[in-house]
Ligand binder design. Structure first.
Ligand code: HEC
Length: 112
């Protein structure tokens, strides 16, 4: 029984009802459509994705500090690891905005 609950929890953790993003406008609608299924509303990916596919946690400040705009834009355009490339599918502006607006919005600057 505990195992069933645990599995349900894991699956739920990967697919919580994530609807509020679609209420946001602009490039968030693209994130919602293309990126959310792997990176999730909260940008942390899910535990299974993290171990199987190395999905990064966008809310990790250290990760953000080490990731340059150009690296991330190239990764989204050309694909990286298990992530497909979006060049041709999305416009260059959309790809840049996805990184600069969406991915960076998960960054919480350290308190000074
Ligand atoms: C099929 C699942 C999947 C989808 C859909 C997906 N990603 Fe990813 N993403 C990944 C995985 C897996 C990685 C880790 C790649 C690696 O380092 O091996 C990743 C990594 C990234 C990174 C970090 C790259 C780096 O250099 O560290 C960014 C930024 C990113 N994704 C943004 C996006 C954006 C924006 C979208 C929507 C256009 C998107 N992803 C859609 C799976 C996905």
């Amino acid at each position: 029984m505990i195992i069933v609950i645990f599995c349900a929890f894991l699956i739920y953790g990967c697919n919580p009802k994530q609807t509020y993003l679609s209420e946001k406008s602009g490039v968030w609608a693209v994130y919602d459509r293309e990126c959310r299924k792997c990176h999730k509303v909260h940008g942390k990916g899910c535990i299974i994705g993290k171990f199987l596919f190395k999905i990064p946690n966008f809310t990790n400040t250290k990760w953000q500090d080490n990731a340059s705009d150009s690296r991330l834009i190239i990764a989204v355009a050309n694909g990286k690891g298990k992530m497909p490339g979006y060049k041709g599918k999305l416009t260059n502006e959309e790809i840049v905005d996805l990184v600069k607006v969406c991915v960076r919005s998960y960054y919480t600057p350290p308190e000074k």
